[in-house]
Design a protein around this ligand. Structure first.
Ligand SMILES: [Ca+2]
Ligand SMILES: [Ca+2]
Length: 232
């Protein structure tokens, strides 16, 4: 199932650098941020660290030029997008297990995924997205809906959302909103931050984290069709 939405509406991340929940609401000092376009030469030379079901992936920590970068959610998307990729989407348990293993084996504290809460312009008057914390999540890379957050997804044997967090409640809990009025609109995988193993959490999008990029069919097809002969 696809949700129609405005791509530019993701320009709502904030700039700050604090891995923990902040006491003070972060100030947006980069207004009017937009999605980056793919760069054909970067797409052709994109890092192909591992391959699964037709898609290449890489973890930023394994790529020398990105190894020390931690970025907010939108910058994460844009780094991926220049390579004709996007932040990772986890539609199946098999793919999710692969990324959980990557996090475990590399002892990564957290990463961004392309999961996003549909809480911006274009998401209003959508009864199918209510309540938002259960039905309002989607993968921004391909705009596919994420299954309801309060139950084990169809085809899975576990619920990837953590059963605990800052408020000792199951995720998504929008915990930072109570602290500094910032909505937790982006989907991060945290590695045992709340003594809960590796699990999905809703997190405010301004936090800076390493990323996992996955091939974007949409961007690869676009670059292929506009650059005849380019090997992708
Ligand atoms: Ca995927
Ligand atoms: Ca949370």
């Amino acid at each position: 199932m696809k949700i129609v939405l405005v791509l530019a509406a993701v320009a709502c991340a904030y700039a700050a650098a604090e891995p923990a929940i902040n006491e003070v609401r972060p100030v947006s000092n980069r207004p009017g941020r937009f999605l980056s376009l793919p760069v054909p030469q970067k797409c052709a030379n994109r890092p192909k660290q591992f391959f699964f079901r037709g898609h290449n992936y890489f973890f930023s920590g394994s790529i020398p030029e990105l190894a020390n970068r931690k970025v907010d959610w939108l910058d994460g998307r844009n780094i991926c997008r220049e390579y004709c990729m996007d932040l990772v989407t986890l539609e199946t348990q098999e793919e999710n297990n692969m990324i959980f293993r990557l996090i475990q084996q590399n002892d990564v504290p957290y990463i961004w995924t392309s999961g996003r809460l549909c809480d911006f312009k274009g998401c209003e008057n959508r009864p199918d997205l209510e309540p938002k914390n259960v039905f309002g999540w989607f993968w921004s890379s391909n705009r596919e809906k994420i299954q309801p957050t309060n139950r084990t997804p169809n085809g899975w044997s576990y619920n990837p959302w953590s059963q605990t967090g800052h408020k000792k409640q199951r995720q998504p809990d929008n915990a930072e909103f109570d602290i500094n009025s910032t909505t937790e609109s982006c989907l991060s995988i945290l590695n045992n931050v709340y003594n809960d193993g590796i699990a999905w959490h809703d997190v405010a999008c301004y936090h800076e984290k390493p990323i996992v990029c996955e091939d974007s069919d949409e961007l690869l097809n676009y670059v292929a069709s506009t650059n005849r002969g380019l090997r992708l």
